[in-house]
Design a protein. Structure first.
Length: 263
């Protein structure tokens, strides 16, 4: 199966890129399943029912989250019932949302999708290593094809996570930093890996925020209201090919595509 992962969709610019490009990209690359990280889709913070609908209508099948998934209280009721939006599986059971989802391709093969957060420099999550170890027997009863969005800050933690689960899952795709890394590879036992898939949104910015505002905050130490940038639009992500039966990845291709004339 061919899996397209769209890196962190940031605000209106990111959603506009998805609406403009995803259906065409899926056709060009013969994509079976399309996944996107959505935790910054609504004005750079959280997700709403309206913004999620835009992404689903544009051809995204499953949305993964992260530590900002719940930044909009008005979305709580929606997240409680929309199983196609995934919370980090290592967050407390009391947190709102679904932990994993099975998506079946047109040819009848099933992919398990889930996301987890790291612990280094981040809050609330239990050990992602322990939680995924506990979930794997459940997931493996349904399919050998398992896709993990690992939403984490630390490069070392991401690398360790990739090697620990090498051969146990099909892909470990890093998110959260919004800066794409150039280390995509198939690990020795057959897991596709990249430290961070990047950001789909405005790259003439500081990780999506108007750069002057971000710089002023660092220089002065004073709080500032963040605003979503508009320029330097890029679609970032990866395409992973997975053997339908073994669940081993056979290739990973990084996507870094500049987008013009979007509005």
């Amino acid at each position: 199966m061919n899996i397209l992962f769209v890196a962190d969709v940031f605000g209106r610019p990111g959603r506009s890129i998805v609406k403009k490009r995803i259906k065409g990209l899926k056709a060009e690359m013969n994509i079976d399943i399309c996944i996107a990280n959505c935790e910054n889709a609504a004005a750079g913070k959280g997700i709403t029912e309206k913004t999620a609908a835009e992404l689903f209508d544009s051809g995204i099948h499953i949305l993964t989250g992260g530590n900002h998934l719940w930044d909009r209280k008005e979305s709580f009721d929606y997240l409680a019932v929309e199983n196609r939006i995934l919370k980090p599986a290592n967050y407390p059971p009391q947190s709102i949302g679904n932990c994993f989802f099975y998506k079946t391709t047109e040819s009848g093969h099933k992919l398990a999708i889930l996301c987890l957060t790291g612990q280094s420099y981040m809050n609330f999550g239990d050990s992602p290593f322990t939680v995924l170890d506990q979930l794997l027997p459940i997931l493996k009863k349904e399919t050998n094809c398992i896709f993990v969005d690992f939403h984490a800050e630390s490069t070392a933690e991401k690398r360790a996570f990739g090697y620990y689960f090498d051969g146990k899952v099909s892909a470990v795709i890093g998110t959260h930093t919004h800066i794409q890394t150039a280390d995509e590879e198939i690990l020795p036992k057959g897991t596709a890996y990249i430290t961070d898939a990047g950001m789909t949104g405005p790259h003439n910015s500081v990780i999506g925020i108007v750069k002057e505002i971000a710089c002023r905050r660092f220089v002065t130490g004073m709080p500032s209201k963040f605003e979503v940038a508009e320029n330097g639009l890029e679609l970032n992500g990866v395409v992973v090919k997975v053997n339908d039966n073994s669940g081993k990845a056979t290739s990973i291709e990084r996507i870094k595509e500049k987008i013009n004339n979007i509005y």
